[in-house]
Design a protein around this ligand. Structure first.
Ligand SMILES: [Zn+2]
Ligand SMILES: [Zn+2]
Length: 137
């Protein structure tokens, strides 16, 4: 399929538009519905919530995970793809599979800083793969 440069894609939330050939793809190959800015905003929104609000949001996602089979299966596929994807350790720069990152962080001498994605992965390991799409439209 040839990508048409005039083929602009619009963010599902704001008025941002970009050609389809530069629009970011998810790990599974489908396009994000929201632009980078809106996705950063959603992530920031979650990170800025109080402990209790986050628990409510996670409980909602947890409930959906338990009751919505299609969504659950989709999340499992997403997390599986995430774990198999390659990533550089942010502390020491070593390239590895995402799924190995948690074990590596425990023995990595490069530093302690955790990325948001790492925290999500930790949560998904603890609670099942449910966290990363709490705010997906
Ligand atoms: Zn947007
Ligand atoms: Zn490392």
């Amino acid at each position: 399929m040839v990508e048409n440069k005039e083929n602009l894609i619009k963010c599902a939330k704001c008025s941002f538009k970009a050609p389809s050939n530069v629009w970011e793809m998810k790990l599974l190959g489908d396009r994000f519905l929201l632009c980078q800015r809106c996705r950063d905003y959603s992530r920031g929104y979650y990170n800025n919530q109080s402990e209790e609000t986050r628990e409510i949001l996670l409980a909602k996602a947890s409930n959906r995970y338990a009751t919505d089979e299609n969504w659950r299966n989709h999340k499992i596929v997403e997390i599986t793809a995430l774990r198999k994807s390659k990533i550089n350790c942010t502390a020491c720069g070593k390239l590895m599979q995402y799924g190995s990152l948690l074990a590596h962080k425990k023995c990595c001498k490069g530093g302690e800083a955790k990325s948001t994605l790492t925290q999500l992965l930790e949560l998904s390991v603890a609670n099942g793969p449910l966290v990363d799409s709490v705010f997906t439209c």
